[in-house]
Design a protein around this ligand. Sequence first.
Ligand SMILES: C[S@@+](CC[C@H](N)C(=O)[O-])C[C@H]1O[C@@H](n2cnc3c(N)ncnc32)[C@H](O)[C@@H]1O
Length: 215
Amino acid sequence: MASPFSQVGVLADYAAWKRARLERNGNPLFAHREKLWETIVPTLARKDSLVVMEFGVAWGYATKWWLSRLSDPRLEWHGFDTFTGLPTTWDRAGLTIYDAGSFSAGGNTPPIQDPRVQWHVGDVGATVGEVDWDQAGKRPLFLFLDFDLYEPTRIALEAAVPHLKPGDVMYFDEAFDAWNERRAIDEILVPRFTLRCHGSTATALALEITGPRAG
Ligand SMILES: C[S@@+](CC[C@H](N)C(=O)[O-])C[C@H]1O[C@@H](n2cnc3c(N)ncnc32)[C@H](O)[C@@H]1O
């Protein structure tokens, strides 16, 4: 892990970024990601035939959490992962935070028996096209992004961008990381869309698309 000193710096920078980029300064602020998730559940549960794209599944903790709270039988859940862990090191400011292979589920998809779930196994660069994005984009979308790394997050967002519309919701587990997930938010989402904050934690962020960004 990076030193406690550099971690404090990164988190302070995330708070400043939220104030600069987001309505309501990134508020409300929650202590844990599950508290943030709980506040989004009613918004998503109201949507008809939601399609969820989960980018970064690992052992399926988040998948199980959400599926148990979203009961719509027409919901479609797509889980993307190598299931063998991070394909590269996870670096921040030149420091390696996690080694390649971290978060490996041993090549196994989670033991979740839910007919609404489809797994897309392999590098997202190869699997993101397995989904019929034109069909998915006609339905409300929830993107759950937890790849940790810049490159796969960029690939996921670029596949989704042509299909995103007002009301679609996105969750980033590591939005605080200016070298990875936050870099992808800044490069791909911020120039194209106006974004309403549903809330954040010290590291995560939930956003809703409110419209195209003018000019
Ligand atoms: C932090 S874990 C996900 C944890 C999970 N969302 C949870 O909350 O329990 C990050 C995951 O991203 C996956 N991942 C990272 N880069 C990837 C890529 N290029 N293609 C597919 N999966 C990738 C890793 O295999 C790893 O399982």
